[in-house]
Design a protein around this ligand. Structure first.
Ligand SMILES: Nc1ncnc2c1ncn2[C@@H]1O[C@H](COP(=O)(O)OP(=O)(O)OP(=O)(O)O)[C@@H](O)[C@H]1O
Ligand SMILES: [Mg+2]
Length: 589
């Protein structure tokens, strides 16, 4: 353990020897588990080289701690120096004081403890030894030899603090080709070229959120992660593509590349586009999108309740809708739309309906007639077709084209999701009963934009999306919600989100909302307000071992090449084995 101070001559000598040995930056002098640690900068290290947000490793006697630099302070050992500081020309005195009388202190927050998993670990992942050359930079990762544990203690006095190196990052955040996990690199830390990975298996297990102001890169991030999920076969996706930017060619604000590829272009055999506006989809150059229609008899009163604001429906109208539904059954909307004034009068007299409310309901529901995809009845079960595709592992993107207003988007998303969820509930029940791994439903991830419209405190209580967000992974369905206004989402739903990826947010309420249910988030709030306005985000939660700010991976030609179509048959075989393994665990076989 080096003492905090050293003579300047000695300082120069150590920096010249052992060029490749990791140089300790600081020495832990005090601190506590609850407040974090303080470390005094070692001689020769300038405070100006240490920025808040830097990742550090603290080598304790037995454990290695991975943490964040959260503050930098100037300190002095003798208050007299402050009363009587050296004058500008007294450079010798300044140099003598530096490191002895005056010094820098950094505040550190340990986030994880890296503990050897097995005795062999010591060999694979040796303690940092300042006298040993740094030979582990590109060595095969020994990450699996280390276990990541929550911090339950602090490193001993005078433990040395090092800059985190590539191997440390890999140990903590994984690497994409790890054969034991389905990792996906979503970006890099701000000051280093190493991947930060999401553990996709953990990601799809819970509902997740992507938040940020308009134009910060939410949709790009969502598409990036969806591409990762498809490539690694971590789940099957159903995307409600409000602005036609996931399936096929999306616009980019980048001047060099004005469009980027959609998921169907990246994975032609794995993704199917359905469209609610075939003309628009064809105009955009998509040749084999399938058409999708919804019939009046698929719309429930519950769907209208979600649209009450959009359609300007009163409570009384909704109550009368229930009366109509009870009387006419599934065809109640088409029947209502065809009723004459006199027939409504007669109906009200017999069934205790309210004429004014029913007339208003009829008038307002004629707006649904304007939606291109609505039919009175349908000979073909389109939603069944989507379900069948999903069950084969084909990802489905539903495009709205010109039908992307909120009324249309929410109606279609709600009707389709409700049916798909129903089918998943049945399939899950079958699986739990038969205990046959082949009956295990394929994990489904549903992506929605403008999520607060489905999940605001009122809607979340009644919509299928609220149900899915709350019941978590019980039925193998989770959500990916993409939204600009996290503060408008129901608090309970927010607290159920497993992983939150947040780009720049300015509104205090929105920032507050993102941290619902996260302990000790004060430092992170500051981090969030300081992000760049594009392509930077804070990743927090279940799919990463600790919160981290990333420079988001670029969605560009290079990404297309890296993610490109693999050998799917091999991937499918691996997936079957994996599902069988999961079934064993779930069913206790
Ligand atoms: N990962 C990325 N790779 C390449 N370009 C990106 C990336 N993230 C963001 N961009 C750039 O930022 C622009 C805005 O991104 P995006 O459309 O995803 O924003 P948004 O947050 O979804 O906005 P809105 O709320 O208006 O939908 C893109 O058009 C693109 O040029
Ligand atoms: Mg967007």
């Amino acid at each position: 353990m080096g003492p905090p101070a050293a003579a300047p001559a000695l300082r120069r000598a150590t920096s010249l020897t052992a060029m490749t040995a990791p140089q300790p930056l600081a020495t832990v002098i005090q601190g506590s588990l609850s407040r974090g640690l303080e470390a005094r900068l070692n001689p020769g290290v300038s405070v100006e080289d240490l920025r808040v947000g830097k990742f550090v490793v603290i080598q304790g006697e037995r454990h290695r701690f991975f943490g964040l630099l959260t503050d930098v302070t100037l300190a002095t050992s003798n208050p007299q120096i402050l009363v009587n500081p050296p004058r500008p020309e007294e450079t010798l005195l300044q140099e003598v004081l530096a490191g002895t009388g005056t010094y820098g202190v950094i505040a550190l927050t340990p986030m994880l403890m890296l503990v050897p998993r097995q005795t062999e670990a010591e060999r694979l992942y040796p303690l940092i030894d300042p006298k040993r050359p740094d030979d582990c930079g590109s060595a095969p990762p020994a990450a699996e030899a280390m276990e990541l544990l929550p911090v339950k203690t602090v490193p001993a006095h005078f433990s040395q603090v090092y800059e985190a190196r590539e191997l440390d990052f890999r140990t903590v955040f994984g690497w994409e080709d790890d054969p034991t996990r389905r990792n996906f690199a979503i970006g890099q830390p701000l000051d280093m070229a190493v991947p930060i990975c999401l553990d996709l298996d953990r990601w799809v297990e819970r509902s997740n959120g992507i938040f940020g102001k308009s134009g910060t890169g939410k949709s790009f991030l969502a598409r990036l992660i969806l591409a990762g999920i498809i490539r690694k076969r971590a789940a099957v996706n159903l995307v409600f593509d409000m602005h036609s930017e996931y399936g096929w060619e999306a616009a980019s604000e980048d001047r060099q590349a004005t469009t980027v590829k959609g998921l169907r272009q990246l994975f032609p055999g794995q993704v199917q586009i359905y469209t609610l506006d075939p003309d628009s989809t064809r105009r955009r150059g998509v040749r084999d999108a399938r058409e999708l229609f919804i019939a009046y008899n698929q719309i429930e009163v519950e769907d209208l309740a979600l649209l009450a604001e959009e359609l300007n429906l009163s409570e009384a109208s909704l109550e009368n809708a229930i009366i109509l539904r009870n009387e006419f059954g599934r065809d109640w909307i088409s029947r209502l739309l065809s009723l004459s004034n006199a027939e409504i009068q007669e109906f009200c007299e017999q069934k205790m309906g309210n004429k004014a409310s029913i007339l208003a309901l009829q008038r307002k529901l004629t707006r649904l007639d304007d939606l291109k995809y609505i039919r009175n009845s349908l000979p073909h079960n389109y939603i069944g077709e989507i379900l069948e595709a999903l069950s084969r592992g084909i990802h489905v993107v539903i495009e709205f084209g010109s039908q992307s207003n909120l009324l249309s988007y929410m109606l279609a998303a709600n009707v389709i999701t409700r049916r798909i969820h129903q089918a998943y509930v049945q399939q899950t029940e079958r699986y739990l009963q038969s205990k046959n791994p082949l009956d295990r439903p394929r994990q489904l991830c549903i992506t929605i934009e403008e999520a607060h419209r489905f999940l605001d405190p009122r809607a979340a209580k009644q919509t299928i999306f609220g149900t899915i967000a709350r019941e978590m992974r019980k039925y193998f369905v989770t959500l990916l919600v993409v939204d600009q206004r996290p503060s408008s989402l129901d608090r309970e739903v927010m607290s159920q989100l497993g992983t939150r990826i947040t780009a720049l947010l300015n509104d205090d309420q929105d920032i507050e909302a993102v941290f619902t249910g996260v302990a000790g988030s004060q430092n992170l709030k500051t981090v969030l307000a300081k992000l760049d306005s594009k392509q930077q985000a804070l990743v927090l939660g279940h799919a990463v071992p600790m919160p981290v700010v990333v420079q988001t991976r670029s969605y560009d030609q290079r990404f297309y090449a890296e993610i490109a179509d693999p050998d799917w048959s091999e991937a499918a075989d691996a997936e079957v084995l994996w599902a069988a393994q999961k079934a064993k665990e779930e069913l206790g076989l």
